[in-house]
Design a protein. Structure first.
Length: 74
């Protein structure tokens, strides 16, 4: 199972497609007001998620550079 997961995580396009979709701006991108590739996306996402109590996993998953590595831990 871990090998399948690790292999799937190497395909950056597929990871981005699962997180954000493939047609135009995703619902997450529209909600935070920035595209995942924008410089301020992580900041906007963090601000939007700050309204939820103890909800860290979406930022760790969605703020990962869709074309690169995971975000830095706070």
């Amino acid at each position: 199972m871990q090998r399948w997961y690790d292999g799937a995580q190497r395909d950056r396009w597929e990871v981005r497609a699962v997180a954000f979709g493939v047609d135009g701006a995703s619902g997450v991108e529209r909600a935070v007001g920035a595209r995942a590739e924008d410089d301020d996306f992580e900041e906007r996402l963090t601000g939007s998620l700050g309204q939820f109590v103890d909800c860290r996993w979406p930022r760790l998953y969605l703020a990962a550079d869709p074309l690169g590595g995971p975000p830095e831990q706070p």
